[in-house]
Design a protein around this ligand. Structure first.
Ligand SMILES: Cc1cc2nc3c(=O)[nH]c(=O)nc-3n(C[C@H](O)[C@H](O)[C@H](O)COP(=O)(O)OP(=O)(O)OC[C@H]3O[C@@H](n4cnc5c(N)ncnc54)[C@H](O)[C@@H]3O)c2cc1C
Ligand code: FES
Length: 280
């Protein structure tokens, strides 16, 4: 594994909680001491289907939050899972006490400002999951944290009550107007930048949303760190299914593995118009 994944471990994690929240499952795993080296933006790769399953590929999930058991140096990890295909449905059906084959923590993490800054966190659908853990870290470093969450409809918004405590403000946008403000999560961003209340944007959600935020952030020269969710078959840098076109400091476009050089990337460097068009 590359130096980015130098803390990754292959472990057996125990499910210690599995609660349905709207369309999602909040799954709590006891993961031992890997919480010490886990940072907002990192993800896990989980084996699904049990020992004799034909589902040989691990599934990737963002780490939403971690908690430490102060006395022992170990702790728990929270995942927010949408029961979507056969692997994620299997995961959502795991009861308390079940054992899971997990590799974590994987990938890059969100960069934290060295001085207090005004951070805008933008999440689409379950993409809000890693932003709550990030908000806790930013608040603890003296940053102002404004969060906007969006989805097509109310049931696809993930905004836990306890998560609201870690942000200064939270606004919800739904495209069908079933919750919060009617519209897209990107609608308010240009206005907020103009008001001078955004030093850095952090985002996670569908690729089209990340591309739209990058266009706004680039035009206003605001730093934009995004956690991409390109399909991943291995999650550990071997299969090359997750590559994205990214411009380097020499102005050349290289295909980078989003499981190694991501999932957190500088939105200004991703060549969004080439995503899916350049041969992998
Ligand atoms: C970094 C990252 C973070 C994520 N975080 C979350 C999260 O927090 N919550 C959540 O609900 N979902 C998350 N996802 C999406 C999640 O990984 C998928 O929804 C999940 O893999 C679906 O598995 P499935 O068996 O239910 O679906 P299926 O559609 O049955 O299987 C999907 C699996 O097939 C493989 N696959 C399919 N197409 C391709 C392809 N083109 N290239 C390579 N492999 C392919 C992959 O292994 C993929 O995991 C994340 C994905 C990534 C990459
Ligand atoms: S998912 Fe296999 S190299 Fe990234």
């Amino acid at each position: 594994m590359s130096s980015i994944n130098r803390h990754a471990k292959h472990i057996t994690a125990t499910v210690v909680g599995n609660k349905r929240i709207g369309q999602y499952h909040q799954i709590l795993l006891s993961v031992g001491d890997i919480v010490q080296s886990t940072h907002p933006g990192n993800f896990v790769a989980i084996s699904v289907g049990g020992e004799n399953s034909a589902m040989i590929l691990r599934r990737a999930f963002a780490i939403s939050r971690i908690s430490h058991r102060s006395d022992k140096g170990d702790g728990t990890m929270e995942l927010i899972v949408a029961p979507h295909g056969s692997g994620s449905r299997w995961l959502c059906a795991q009861p308390e006490g079940a054992s899971l084959d997990v590799i974590a923590p994987l990938g890059t993490a969100f960069g934290i400002p060295t001085a207090p800054a005004q951070a805008l966190l933008v999440g689409g659908g379950y993409g809000s999951a890693p932003l709550f853990g990030l908000a806790e870290v930013l608040k603890s470093r003296g940053c102002r944290v404004d969060m906007i969450l969006g989805a097509s409809t109310a049931s696809k918004i993930y905004a836990p009550i306890e998560g609201k405590r870690s942000v200064n403000s939270l606004k919800i946008y739904t495209e069908d107007g079933s919750a919060g403000i009617s519209g897209k999560v990107t609608d308010p961003i240009p206005g907020l930048i103009q008001e001078g209340v955004v030093d850095v944007i952090y985002s996670c959600g569908p690729m089209a949303m990340l591309a739209a935020i990058s266009r706004i952030a680039n035009a206003a020269e605001v730093v934009h760190q995004c956690a991409v969710e390109e399909s991943m078959a291995c999650g550990i840098g071997v299969c090359m299914t997750c590559v994205l076109p990214v411009e380097n400091s020499e102005g050349e476009t290289k295909m980078l593995r989003s499981c190694i050089e991501g999932p957190v990337m500088d939105g200004a460097n991703v060549q969004w118009e080439l995503v899916g068009k350049v041969a992998k």
